[in-house]
Write a protein that binds this ligand. Structure first.
Ligand code: NOJ
Length: 543
């Protein structure tokens, strides 16, 4: 547990506690249930869990609407259960981070209740009020399918209040010193419980300023730096992961000089992985990585294929968005806000080759990988469910009742198990895949083990390699004297690639999966024939 830079080469796993495992038969997953499944996650090779919000909440936004920052949602368990989970995770050398929602609370939070009912309340200034709904017009609306404005009239308060997400999530007012202090208390409370850090939600929006789009403001960075200083001073080694759905150039400041966030999601690389697969061309990946500035050595990108939200298409052009919708969300119900509410396996036609190739990109592009629960077995989605619920269905443990998720009667589950063929529990479940050496789960487990064994993939520089085939994304990862050459054939057709190899280093390239070796020719050309959707991770030197 000592390495302070452990996150540079870690595999993260995003868990929705409610969906994972129900230990007490009430139809809701819980913390004890998750604790029972830690061996499973350890077997997969997971280093760090990221828990979606676990706090008391009316669940209008699945817990991102917090009603009490100092407790655990009743159906999830108790603070004691969380402590138990943390101890059990640490005993397995796994870490655990939780969501930290700074930007807003639930409208059910006592602060908001006090604020709306009394102008003289000390909590009034915890929120952002206005007599008009005309302020901050340059701020975009995020949940465009549901919200028409970032202001909502509150009859109790006699004023409008500001919210960047659902109207049931009033924004906190970070210009109020007490709010800044409260949030440090929240951070202290959870770090004292033993968690290893936070995934900080929606950080671009903490402050509002007239004449700006109210995102990424200097005041926001100043507060986040203060938060980091506080953590470093009292809880060294705990991490902050930044959720800023922005272009890399705008995310870059969130790393500061290594004094703000240790990690930040790279949002725009994600849709481009899907573009690359569909267009059978690396060009969109090249484009975005060319526009990704370097980050301090102590920092790391977090990359992912899917998460608990819609597959966001905010960081693409309007034309690209329309194209992505046509390609990946042909039915209206598959779309939500500016995104696609589907899971990885159905998006990739449930084609093992494409799913594994996408994971090859995930594990070898610059950054640490985050796996969304269920994607390791290729779970499907249920687009009949509203909002993002269709990608949050119960984890499919086996082919038995309720997919082994819960012993409750099916009608008591928080949401139905996804039984839509070919993704129902008969076809997709953990138990079968763990048994089958050739399953997706076992393939991913091997990929994860190899990713972790090759530090160069976490630490190394990145450079494109000229493969003479636009369909093959080929790149070098280099760290000190270690080097890997990664080749991903994005095409449904075989490709033959020719790479020029600098003559000054080892002249053997070893496939880390099979142990097979390749040698460049006399004139330093490496020629490789690749099968459709094949990927190769070649280590320079003996394996
Ligand atoms: C981002 C989270 O990922 C999403 O699920 C949530 O709805 C918003 N932030 C608001 O907290």
């Amino acid at each position: 547990m000592k390495d302070p830079l452990w996150y540079k080469n870690a595999i993260f796993y995003e868990v929705y506690v409610r969906a994972f495992f129900d230990s007490n038969g009430d139809g809701h997953g819980d913390l004890r249930g998750l604790a029972q499944k830690l061996d499973y996650l350890q077997a997969l090779g997971i280093d760090c869990l990221w828990l979606l919000p676990i706090y008391p909440s009316p669940l209008k936004d699945d817990g991102y609407d917090i009603a009490d920052y100092y407790s655990v949602l009743e159906t999830y368990g108790s603070l004691e259960d969380l402590k138990f989970l943390i101890e059990e995770a640490h005993a397995r050398d796994m870490r655990l981070i939780t969501d930290l929602v700074l930007n807003h609370t639930s409208d059910q939070h006592p602060w908001f209740q006090a604020a709306r009912s009394d102008r003289a309340s000390p909590y009034r200034d915890y929120y952002v009020w206005s007599d008009t709904d005309q302020k901050y017009q340059e701020a975009r609306i995020i949940f465009i399918d549901t919200e028409k404005s970032n202001w909502t009239w509150d009859a109790h308060a006699g004023q409008f209040y500001w919210h960047r997400f659902y109207a049931s999530q009033p924004d906190l007012n970070f210009d109020t010193p007490a709010v800044q202090e409260e949030m440090l208390n929240v951070v202290r409370f959870w770090l004292d419980m033993g968690i290893d850090g936070f995934r900080a939600d929606a950080v671009p929006y903490l402050f509002e300023r007239t004449g700006t789009n109210c995102e990424n403001l200097p005041e926001t960075h100043a507060y986040l730096k203060r938060l980091r200083q506080f953590i470093d001073a009292h809880y060294p080694g705990r991490i902050l992961l930044c959720e800023a759905n922005q272009w890399p150039v705008d995310v870059r400041p969130y790393f500061g000089d290594g004094d703000e966030f240790q990690m930040g999601f790279h949002f725009p690389v994600m849709p481009r992985i899907y573009m690359a697969l569909k267009k059978e061309s690396k060009e969109d990946l090249v484009w975005i990585l060319d526009r990704t500035p370097p980050i301090p050595d102590s920092c790391q990108w977090a990359i992912f294929l899917r998460n608990h939200d819609e597959l966001t298409l905010e960081m693409v052009t309007e034309e690209e968005r329309q194209w992505m919708w046509r390609q990946y969300a042909p039915q209206d119900r598959m779309r939500l806000n500016l995104g696609i509410r589907r899971r990885l396996a159905p998006l990739l036609d449930n084609d093992r080759r494409k799913i594994e190739l996408a994971n090859s990109l995930l594990f070898t592009l610059p950054g640490s990988a985050i796996i969304y629960y269920g994607d390791e077995i290729g779970m499907g989605d249920n687009i009949e469910l509203p909002d993002r619920n269709g990608v949050r269905t119960p984890m499919q443990w086996d082919s038995g009742a309720n997919a082994g998720f819960s012993s409750a009667p099916p009608q008591r589950l928080y949401t139905p198990v996804n039984s839509i063929a070919p993704f129902g529990p008969q076809q997709v479940n953990v138990a079968d895949q763990r048994h089958d050496p050739g399953s997706l789960w076992n393939t991913l487990r091997r990929m994860i083990a190899l990713r972790k064994a090759n530090l160069v993939l976490g630490w190394g520089d990145f450079a494109w390699a000229e493969s003479h085939s636009p369909a093959v994304a080929a790149y070098w990862r280099t760290y000190q004297r270690e080097q890997m050459l990664i080749l991903n054939n994005l095409s449904h057709q075989a490709q033959s690639v020719t790479l020029n190899i600098a003559a000054d280093a080892a002249r053997v390239f070893t496939d880390v999966f099979s142990g097979d070796a390749w040698h460049p020719s006399e004139d330093n050309e490496l020629q490789i024939a690749m099968q459709p959707y094949q990927f190769l991770w070649l280590k320079r030197g003996e394996g």
